[in-house]
Design a protein. Structure first.
Length: 240
């Protein structure tokens, strides 16, 4: 699909999120969580935005590592490395970052952004990204830990390092501070945004909080995102 087909159809945030909500309904599946996009100054500039945006993700899009998939089941996927947070209880905009630590579990993550639009990265408009569930594809996650057992304080969450490998060759590396300065800020932004829209981040739901690196294209082979802080790795085997 070409974006030009929908030129001038969606031109504001409210309409874009309404389209996303209808898209989610059409999937006829429970929302398992969310992904937050545009969490760095660099990616915001790419999509002419000054704030992050989110996409609702259905349960079947969250997969425990290791995962094996055919590239033919995807469209134009990329690969990102992120921290995943799962709520142990409902989260609220009034929660402090420290309270969010106590209310969540954390895991290493690999996200596979994907879109129904061709040649979408980084040319797709912000409103089409929003409409397309923040170009949500798959979210892979590793072993889950109590967030307060992994990090000694809020500031420590900004110091996670990750290396992304393809067939055992390092292709990217990054640090969690790239995500709004701290991935907990991304989570808080999401919770507040949902509340603003009359929604809530519910117990059991997961968020992919934002990428540490600019994403390369996903290709056939073995991908591995290796995190420090004892978070381990997320492994994804991509076949023809």
């Amino acid at each position: 699909m070409q974006e030009t087909t929908w030129k001038d159809t969606v031109t504001d945030d409210q309409t874009a999120y309404q389209v996303q909500a209808r898209l989610t309904e059409l999937k006829q599946e429970t929302v398992g969580g969310y992904k937050v996009s545009l969490t760095s100054e660099e990616t915001q500039k790419m999509f002419a935005s000054t704030t992050p945006l989110y996409g609702a993700q259905v349960k079947s899009h969250f997969l425990a590592s290791p995962v094996k998939r055919s590239l033919k089941t995807l469209m134009e996927p990329l690969v990102e490395v992120e921290l995943e947070f799962r709520a142990k209880e409902d989260l609220r905009a009034s929660d402090s970052l420290e309270e969010l630590m106590h209310k969540t579990q954390v895991a290493a993550g690999m996200e596979v952004p994907d879109s129904r639009f061709s040649n979408w990265f980084p040319k797709l408009s912000k409103y089409m990204v929003m409409s397309d569930a923040a170009v949500g594809g798959l979210v892979l996650y590793g072993k889950e830990f109590e967030t307060t057992n992994v990090f000694k304080d809020v500031a420590d969450v900004a110091t996670v390092k990750c290396e992304l490998y393809h067939n055992d060759e390092k292709v990217r590396e990054g640090v969690s501070a790239e995500v709004l300065g701290n991935p907990l800020k991304s989570l808080h932004w999401l919770v507040a945004k949902l509340e603003e829209q009359g929604k809530s981040f519910k117990a059991g739901q997961m968020v992919s909080s934002g990428t540490f690196v600019l994403p390369p294209k996903l290709s056939v082979g073995k991908w591995s995102a290796r995190f420090d802080h004892g978070l381990g790795a997320v492994d994804f085997e991509v076949t023809d």
